[in-house]
Design a protein around this ligand. Structure first.
Ligand SMILES: *[C@@H]1O[C@H](CO)[C@@H](O)[C@H](O)[C@H]1NC(C)=O
Length: 262
Protein backbone atom coordinates (compact mmCIF):
# COMPACT_ATOMS: atom_id res chain seq x y z
CA UNK A 1 0.00 0.00 0.00
CA UNK A 2 2.73 2.41 1.02
CA UNK A 3 4.65 1.35 -2.07
CA UNK A 4 1.68 2.05 -4.31
CA UNK A 5 1.18 5.45 -2.71
CA UNK A 6 4.85 6.26 -3.19
CA UNK A 7 4.84 5.30 -6.86
CA UNK A 8 1.63 7.30 -7.37
CA UNK A 9 3.30 10.29 -5.77
CA UNK A 10 6.37 9.79 -7.92
CA UNK A 11 4.22 9.61 -11.02
CA UNK A 12 2.40 12.76 -10.01
CA UNK A 13 5.70 14.52 -9.44
CA UNK A 14 7.08 13.30 -12.74
CA UNK A 15 3.94 14.47 -14.45
CA UNK A 16 4.31 17.86 -12.80
CA UNK A 17 7.94 18.16 -13.85
CA UNK A 18 7.38 17.00 -17.42
CA UNK A 19 4.08 18.82 -17.68
CA UNK A 20 5.57 22.13 -16.64
CA UNK A 21 8.09 21.89 -19.46
CA UNK A 22 5.42 22.49 -22.07
CA UNK A 23 3.88 25.45 -20.23
CA UNK A 24 4.63 28.85 -21.66
CA UNK A 25 6.37 31.53 -19.60
CA UNK A 26 4.01 34.11 -21.00
CA UNK A 27 2.32 35.41 -24.09
CA UNK A 28 1.36 38.70 -25.62
CA UNK A 29 -1.81 39.02 -27.68
CA UNK A 30 -2.12 42.50 -29.13
CA UNK A 31 -5.79 43.26 -28.51
CA UNK A 32 -5.46 46.40 -30.63
CA UNK A 33 -4.72 44.32 -33.67
CA UNK A 34 -7.61 41.99 -34.37
CA UNK A 35 -7.68 39.73 -37.41
CA UNK A 36 -10.40 41.08 -39.68
CA UNK A 37 -10.32 38.67 -42.60
CA UNK A 38 -10.05 35.01 -43.41
CA UNK A 39 -6.92 35.16 -45.64
CA UNK A 40 -4.87 36.58 -42.72
CA UNK A 41 -6.04 33.67 -40.57
CA UNK A 42 -4.98 31.22 -43.27
CA UNK A 43 -1.61 32.95 -43.75
CA UNK A 44 -0.90 32.68 -40.01
CA UNK A 45 -1.39 28.92 -40.30
CA UNK A 46 0.92 28.76 -43.32
CA UNK A 47 3.62 30.80 -41.60
CA UNK A 48 3.44 28.63 -38.49
CA UNK A 49 3.87 25.43 -40.47
CA UNK A 50 6.80 26.93 -42.37
CA UNK A 51 8.43 27.83 -39.06
CA UNK A 52 7.84 24.32 -37.73
CA UNK A 53 9.61 22.89 -40.78
CA UNK A 54 12.46 25.37 -41.02
CA UNK A 55 13.35 26.19 -37.40
CA UNK A 56 14.75 22.98 -35.84
CA UNK A 57 17.88 22.58 -37.99
CA UNK A 58 19.15 26.14 -37.33
CA UNK A 59 17.28 26.76 -34.06
CA UNK A 60 15.95 29.81 -35.86
CA UNK A 61 13.71 30.71 -38.78
CA UNK A 62 11.73 33.53 -40.25
CA UNK A 63 8.87 33.03 -42.68
CA UNK A 64 6.19 35.02 -44.43
CA UNK A 65 3.16 34.33 -46.57
CA UNK A 66 0.36 36.20 -48.31
CA UNK A 67 0.03 39.51 -50.12
CA UNK A 68 -0.63 43.12 -49.15
CA UNK A 69 -2.46 43.74 -45.89
CA UNK A 70 -2.94 40.03 -45.40
CA UNK A 71 0.77 39.23 -45.48
CA UNK A 72 1.98 37.60 -42.26
CA UNK A 73 5.56 37.59 -40.93
CA UNK A 74 6.75 35.02 -38.44
CA UNK A 75 9.85 34.29 -36.40
CA UNK A 76 10.94 31.38 -34.29
CA UNK A 77 14.02 31.47 -32.07
CA UNK A 78 15.10 28.44 -30.06
CA UNK A 79 17.58 28.73 -27.24
CA UNK A 80 21.14 28.35 -28.50
CA UNK A 81 21.99 25.44 -26.22
CA UNK A 82 19.12 23.06 -27.02
CA UNK A 83 19.04 20.17 -29.51
CA UNK A 84 17.19 20.34 -32.85
CA UNK A 85 14.80 17.74 -31.41
CA UNK A 86 13.92 19.92 -28.42
CA UNK A 87 13.69 22.92 -30.72
CA UNK A 88 11.23 21.01 -32.84
CA UNK A 89 8.96 20.07 -29.95
CA UNK A 90 9.13 23.58 -28.48
CA UNK A 91 8.18 25.04 -31.88
CA UNK A 92 5.15 22.73 -32.11
CA UNK A 93 4.07 23.59 -28.56
CA UNK A 94 4.50 27.30 -29.25
CA UNK A 95 2.56 27.19 -32.53
CA UNK A 96 -0.27 25.27 -30.91
CA UNK A 97 -0.51 27.38 -27.75
CA UNK A 98 -0.20 30.78 -29.40
CA UNK A 99 -3.18 30.20 -31.66
CA UNK A 100 -5.19 28.92 -28.74
CA UNK A 101 -4.22 31.87 -26.50
CA UNK A 102 -4.42 34.59 -29.16
CA UNK A 103 -7.09 33.27 -31.57
CA UNK A 104 -8.14 36.68 -32.95
CA UNK A 105 -4.93 38.70 -32.94
CA UNK A 106 -2.73 39.55 -35.91
CA UNK A 107 0.15 40.33 -33.53
CA UNK A 108 0.95 37.48 -31.16
CA UNK A 109 4.01 36.33 -29.24
CA UNK A 110 4.75 33.44 -26.90
CA UNK A 111 7.73 32.69 -24.69
CA UNK A 112 8.80 29.25 -23.57
CA UNK A 113 11.90 28.21 -21.69
CA UNK A 114 13.40 26.78 -24.90
CA UNK A 115 11.92 28.96 -27.63
CA UNK A 116 10.14 32.16 -28.59
CA UNK A 117 7.58 32.49 -31.37
CA UNK A 118 6.06 35.57 -32.88
CA UNK A 119 3.94 36.62 -35.85
CA UNK A 120 2.53 39.89 -37.09
CA UNK A 121 0.97 41.41 -40.21
CA UNK A 122 3.58 44.19 -39.90
CA UNK A 123 7.12 43.30 -40.86
CA UNK A 124 9.08 43.28 -37.60
CA UNK A 125 12.05 41.20 -38.82
CA UNK A 126 15.37 42.82 -37.90
CA UNK A 127 13.80 45.49 -35.68
CA UNK A 128 14.69 46.04 -32.05
CA UNK A 129 11.65 45.68 -29.79
CA UNK A 130 11.80 45.99 -26.00
CA UNK A 131 8.36 47.53 -25.57
CA UNK A 132 6.84 44.47 -23.97
CA UNK A 133 8.65 42.54 -21.27
CA UNK A 134 8.03 39.64 -18.93
CA UNK A 135 10.02 39.43 -15.70
CA UNK A 136 10.55 36.46 -13.44
CA UNK A 137 12.63 36.79 -10.31
CA UNK A 138 13.71 34.68 -7.41
CA UNK A 139 11.94 36.05 -4.34
CA UNK A 140 15.05 35.64 -2.16
CA UNK A 141 17.52 38.47 -1.62
CA UNK A 142 21.24 37.96 -2.02
CA UNK A 143 23.62 38.42 0.86
CA UNK A 144 26.37 40.99 0.18
CA UNK A 145 24.24 42.78 -2.46
CA UNK A 146 26.98 45.18 -3.52
CA UNK A 147 29.60 42.55 -4.20
CA UNK A 148 26.96 40.35 -5.86
CA UNK A 149 25.92 43.20 -8.18
CA UNK A 150 29.54 43.74 -9.17
CA UNK A 151 30.24 40.07 -9.91
CA UNK A 152 26.93 39.75 -11.75
CA UNK A 153 27.75 42.87 -13.79
CA UNK A 154 31.11 41.38 -14.79
CA UNK A 155 29.49 38.08 -15.72
CA UNK A 156 26.74 39.66 -17.80
CA UNK A 157 29.18 41.94 -19.64
CA UNK A 158 31.27 38.93 -20.49
CA UNK A 159 28.29 36.89 -21.66
CA UNK A 160 26.94 39.83 -23.68
CA UNK A 161 30.32 40.26 -25.40
CA UNK A 162 30.25 36.55 -26.31
CA UNK A 163 26.76 36.87 -27.76
CA UNK A 164 27.70 39.61 -30.23
CA UNK A 165 30.89 37.87 -31.41
CA UNK A 166 30.70 36.73 -35.03
CA UNK A 167 29.52 33.15 -35.29
CA UNK A 168 27.81 33.06 -31.92
CA UNK A 169 24.44 33.99 -33.41
CA UNK A 170 23.45 36.28 -30.56
CA UNK A 171 23.85 33.59 -27.90
CA UNK A 172 26.14 33.65 -24.88
CA UNK A 173 26.38 31.83 -21.57
CA UNK A 174 28.85 31.67 -18.72
CA UNK A 175 29.38 31.46 -14.98
CA UNK A 176 31.33 33.15 -12.21
CA UNK A 177 32.19 31.93 -8.73
CA UNK A 178 30.68 34.16 -6.05
CA UNK A 179 31.68 32.19 -2.96
CA UNK A 180 33.13 28.73 -2.41
CA UNK A 181 29.59 27.34 -2.56
CA UNK A 182 27.74 29.77 -4.79
CA UNK A 183 28.24 30.18 -8.53
CA UNK A 184 26.30 32.67 -10.63
CA UNK A 185 25.16 31.40 -14.03
CA UNK A 186 24.22 33.81 -16.82
CA UNK A 187 22.70 33.43 -20.25
CA UNK A 188 21.66 35.89 -22.95
CA UNK A 189 20.17 35.55 -26.37
CA UNK A 190 19.00 37.82 -29.15
CA UNK A 191 16.72 36.75 -31.97
CA UNK A 192 19.05 35.99 -34.86
CA UNK A 193 17.48 38.50 -37.25
CA UNK A 194 18.78 41.36 -35.11
CA UNK A 195 21.89 43.23 -36.32
CA UNK A 196 24.82 43.16 -33.89
CA UNK A 197 24.37 46.73 -32.67
CA UNK A 198 20.66 46.28 -31.96
CA UNK A 199 21.41 42.97 -30.24
CA UNK A 200 23.90 44.68 -27.91
CA UNK A 201 21.37 47.43 -27.26
CA UNK A 202 18.61 44.94 -26.46
CA UNK A 203 20.86 43.00 -24.08
CA UNK A 204 21.99 46.17 -22.30
CA UNK A 205 18.38 47.26 -21.78
CA UNK A 206 17.45 43.80 -20.51
CA UNK A 207 20.47 43.48 -18.19
CA UNK A 208 19.85 46.96 -16.73
CA UNK A 209 16.78 45.48 -15.05
CA UNK A 210 19.05 43.41 -12.80
CA UNK A 211 19.86 46.56 -10.84
CA UNK A 212 18.49 50.08 -10.65
CA UNK A 213 15.88 49.36 -7.99
CA UNK A 214 13.75 47.24 -10.35
CA UNK A 215 12.05 43.89 -9.75
CA UNK A 216 15.32 42.00 -9.94
CA UNK A 217 17.58 44.30 -7.94
CA UNK A 218 19.34 42.31 -5.21
CA UNK A 219 17.57 39.05 -6.12
CA UNK A 220 19.15 35.61 -6.38
CA UNK A 221 17.88 35.10 -9.90
CA UNK A 222 16.03 36.89 -12.68
CA UNK A 223 14.79 36.53 -16.24
CA UNK A 224 13.80 39.34 -18.55
CA UNK A 225 11.99 38.30 -21.70
CA UNK A 226 11.61 40.79 -24.54
CA UNK A 227 10.59 40.19 -28.15
CA UNK A 228 14.13 40.81 -29.43
CA UNK A 229 16.20 39.23 -26.68
CA UNK A 230 16.13 37.60 -23.29
CA UNK A 231 18.56 37.47 -20.39
CA UNK A 232 18.71 35.33 -17.29
CA UNK A 233 20.88 34.66 -14.27
CA UNK A 234 20.51 32.15 -11.45
CA UNK A 235 22.65 30.69 -8.70
CA UNK A 236 22.03 27.21 -10.10
CA UNK A 237 22.88 25.78 -13.53
CA UNK A 238 19.97 26.10 -15.96
CA UNK A 239 21.60 25.75 -19.36
CA UNK A 240 23.41 22.98 -21.19
CA UNK A 241 25.80 21.40 -20.50
CA UNK A 242 24.08 20.97 -17.17
CA UNK A 243 26.18 20.19 -14.09
CA UNK A 244 24.53 18.67 -11.02
CA UNK A 245 21.73 20.72 -9.49
CA UNK A 246 22.76 22.50 -6.34
CA UNK A 247 19.46 22.73 -4.52
CA UNK A 248 19.48 26.49 -4.90
CA UNK A 249 16.32 26.60 -7.02
CA UNK A 250 13.56 28.67 -5.47
CA UNK A 251 10.09 29.73 -6.43
CA UNK A 252 9.87 32.77 -8.67
CA UNK A 253 7.54 35.75 -8.96
CA UNK A 254 6.40 37.30 -12.20
CA UNK A 255 5.50 40.68 -13.61
CA UNK A 256 4.80 42.16 -16.99
CA UNK A 257 6.02 45.42 -18.41
CA UNK A 258 3.77 46.66 -21.16
CA UNK A 259 4.65 49.74 -23.17
CA UNK A 260 2.38 48.84 -26.07
CA UNK A 261 -0.71 50.27 -24.36
CA UNK A 262 -2.52 46.99 -23.87
C1 LIG B 1 14.17 41.46 0.21
O1 LIG B 1 14.51 42.80 0.42
C2 LIG B 1 13.45 43.72 0.29
C3 LIG B 1 13.97 45.14 0.34
O2 LIG B 1 15.02 45.27 1.27
C4 LIG B 1 12.40 43.41 1.36
O3 LIG B 1 11.30 44.30 1.24
C5 LIG B 1 11.92 41.96 1.16
O4 LIG B 1 11.00 41.62 2.17
C6 LIG B 1 13.09 41.00 1.17
N1 LIG B 1 12.59 39.68 0.77
C7 LIG B 1 12.87 38.56 1.42
C8 LIG B 1 12.28 37.32 0.87
O5 LIG B 1 13.58 38.52 2.40
Amino acid sequence: MAKLLLSTLLLALLHLLLGSRSDSLGEFCNFKKKISDKPTMINIGLVLSKLETKAPSNRFATASDGQGKERVYGLLQCRGDISPKDCSSCTSDAAKHVRHLCPDEADARIWFDSCFLRYNTDDFIGELDTRYGIFYWNVENVTEPERFAKELGDLMNNVKAKAVQPGNKGFGSGKIKFTQFVTIYGLVQCTQDLPKLQCAQCLSTAISNFGGGGYCDGKKGCRVLYSSCFVRFEIYPFFLPLSAYTGNEVHASQAVYDNLGN
